[in-house]
Ligand binder design. Structure first.
Ligand code: FEO
Ligand code: CA
Ligand code: CA
Ligand code: CA
Length: 655
């Protein structure tokens, strides 16, 4: 069911920031031991507050497992509804034009829900959680699935776009803030909301702060200050802060910075970085994957070699102020940020976790210098400007260390090519290698959970060589990925030491060659490959979303989906399938409301990935000839990435 209406359900006057903060605290208490702080500051915790879960063991899952498989639609476990909330192209404002896939313009896309929804954040506007802002990432624009007539070859289609199509792509990426409300049990989009907003790669003005702001390497011909930038790119998993701001991660931003200098295969030449060559080589710059640099000079790395330095950061957005200027926080480092979920340290600072999603890259944690103050939101919005960025070393004995990336400490000196903290942060990857971080099998989402526990998804690494395994990445090659559970010392997310253990080695437990490790009761439906997004529900239980990409047939032979994974006691490592995607889609964005009666999910790129391996279709998808036309199933409508709302039939908590 598609639900959208044109009524404003609450006026702004009814919204109270105290309600907002109380709601945020109630969710965060579970994770950060903040109950005492909340009591002292006099903030009421809502009835949905799950504090009890902090000490009690998380309850086990009781839903009846969904049958795995792959077909042209989505499926949810018995007893649940899964309704479509909003789709790519849906109107977000009262004056938005209707979506017309044959007449797309940048102007219309700027007023419509973006492409390829990924992260979902929910910021309640009412203490009872029935109204709030959904903050959505639009990870990428896939030309062949957007524009009819470009064929079904991903690379060729992306290099065949017109200038207007590139502008549409830039407008379709970034994020959306959408007000939603629950009426008679169903969630609806509030199209007239004053909060609704598109953040894009095309036209959203942002500022840059932190140690790299204003540095010579951040300056371009359009921005001689090195402290202003237009747009954000490839925002994948993200985060919401305790003060109700939205953290947008910039992941595969390097794809968009191209060169006109190509080799005889038509690919970007290597070694074009000049004085920045070491940096460019490590960040895979430049690329030759889109036409952006053909039409827009700042995405042409030959013309603007510093523009790539202005991407790869964490962006903070204040959804409560539709005119606020988003800030790129350079203190959190520059890499392919996957996720930026966060929690409060025992002494009141804020720890933000991120993976760097590439083979052999690292896991990071940033800890703010200042302390969170529940009563001082403006000050909280400066917290991410200053602090220490750490990178993880996983030792073979199950211990681990967060290594600080601070200029002047250890090898991070002028002699080694780091002239200042700006260099350390612009070249975070090089700095992390220098201090001896552990190269991991593509770190995706990193999620802090109850009691200083952090779950880390390593999606896979088919290129890890036999013999190059280590304790934290024990399979070479590792096509199926794994989950690591990390426990911060003293249960404190501010700690600089931790212990870690393997939670699950993904793959088919019935195939010894996979060397998978699950609880013995995990069924043929319940095991998975390629973990990506991690979420804890309000009871502190763990959920994992998968993204097998084009390799689904080789990996599991099943559609991507959402799995409930036990991590405590005798059931540790028992996984059950709850929801699955249509062919070609990955599962993103699991997000529960504080009362656990609603689960928001993002189905990304339906029909797009690996359609040739799906026998009923047997070829690659394009916009006019896709493997599925989910969720509309209309002959003139391409498949559309959509947000799905899961509720229990008759009401109640999910799972
Ligand atoms: Fe966009 Fe690392 O997944
Ligand atoms: Ca992801
Ligand atoms: Ca997450
Ligand atoms: Ca992924």
């Amino acid at each position: 069911m598609t639900a959208s209406n044109d009524r404003t359900i609450a006026t702004t006057a009814e919204l109270s920031l105290n309600d907002l903060i109380a709601e945020r605290l109630s969710r965060r208490d579970l994770f950060s031991g903040l109950a005492a702080t909340a009591a002292v500051s006099g903030l009421a915790l809502t009835s949905a507050s799950p504090i009890a879960a902090q000490t009690a063991k998380a309850a086990s899952f009781t839903f009846k497992e969904l049958a795995s498989g792959i077909d042209d639609r989505h499926h949810v476990a018995e007893g649940y509804d899964a309704d479509i909330l909003i789709r790519w192209g849906d109107p977000m404002f009262a004056d938005s034009p209707a979506f017309d896939p044959l007449k797309q313009t940048a102007a219309s896309q700027l007023r419509q829900f973006g492409m390829n929804n990924d992260f979902l954040g929910f910021i309640p506007l009412r203490a009872d959680g029935t109204q709030g802002l959904l903050c959505v990432h639009h990870e990428y624009a896939e030309s062949k699935m957007m524009f009819p007539g470009l064929g079904n070859d991903t690379r060729k289609a992306s290099l065949s776009t017109t200038a207007e199509q590139v502008a549409v792509e830039m407008a379709s990426m970034g994020g959306s803030i959408v007000e939603i409300a629950r009426e008679a049990g169903k969630w609806l989009v509030v199209r007239t909301s004053q909060y609704n907003r598109r953040i894009t790669a095309l036209d959203t003005q942002m500022t840059i702060d932190g140690p790299a702001a204003g540095h010579a390497r951040m300056k371009t011909s359009a921005d001689p200050t090195g402290a202003r930038v237009v747009g954000t790119l490839n925002n994948c998993a993200g985060g919401i802060t305790p003060w109700g701001t939205w953290l947008m991660s910039e992941e595969n931003w390097h794809y968009y910075f191209s060169t006109d200098q190509v080799d005889d295969q038509g690919r970007a030449k290597k070694g074009l970085g000049g004085a920045q060559e070491k940096s460019w080589a490590r960040y895979d710059l430049p690329a030759r994957r889109t036409n952006w640099g053909k039409y827009v000079d700042r995405f042409n790395a030959d013309k603007e070699p510093n523009e790539p330095n202005r991407f790869g950061w964490i962006v903070e957005v204040d959804p409560m102020d539709p005119n606020s200027v988003p800030v790129k926080h350079t203190a959190l480092g520059r890499f392919r940020h996957e996720g930026c979920e966060n929690a409060i340290t025992l002494d009141g600072r804020v720890a933000v976790y991120s993976g760097d999603d590439d083979r052999g890259e690292f896991v990071y944690k940033f800890v703010t210098a200042g302390k969170y103050d529940a009563g001082y939101r403006i000050a909280n919005m400066k917290l991410l400007s200053e602090g220490i960025l750490y990178v993880a070393r996983f030792n073979a004995d199950g211990s681990g260390t967060w290594l600080p990336l601070v200029h002047g400490q250890g090898p991070l000196t002028v002699v080694n090519g780091f002239a200042s903290q700006a260099d350390v942060l612009i070249d975070t990857r090089l700095a992390a290698t220098a201090v001896g971080a552990t190269p991991m099998d593509r770190p995706e989402d990193v999620e802090p959970g109850p009691g200083g526990r952090v779950v880390l998804a390593l999606t896979n690494n088919a290129e890890r060589k036999e013999g190059a395994q280590d304790a934290a990445n024990p399979r070479g090659p590792n096509p199926h990925g794994h989950l690591i559970e990390l426990l911060e010392d003293g249960g404190d997310v501010g700690a600089t030491k931790f212990t870690w253990s393997m939670l699950v080695l993904c793959g088919d437990p019935a195939k010894p060659e996979h060397k998978a490790k699950w609880h013995a009761d995990t069924t043929a439906d319940g095991w998975f490959s390629a973990p990506d997004n991690v979420a804890f529900d309000p009871a502190g239980r763990l959920w994992i979303a998968t993204d097998q990409g084009t390799s689904w047939a080789k990996l599991s032979g099943k559609a991507d989906g959402l799995y409930a994974v036990e991590y405590e006691g005798a059931k540790r490592g028992l996984s059950k399938l709850f929801f699955r995607c249509p062919i070609g889609a990955e599962m993103c964005g699991p997000r529960f409301t504080a009362d656990a009666t609603t689960l928001f999910l993002a189905v990304q790129h339906p029909a797009a990935d690996g359609a040739a391996d799906w026998k009923p279709f047997g070829k690659a998808s394009s916009a006019q000839d896709p493997a599925t036309r989910w969720p509309d199933f209309k002959p003139d409508m391409p498949p559309r990435p959509s947000v799905v709302v899961v509720t229990k039939k008759g009401g109640g908590r999910i799972g």
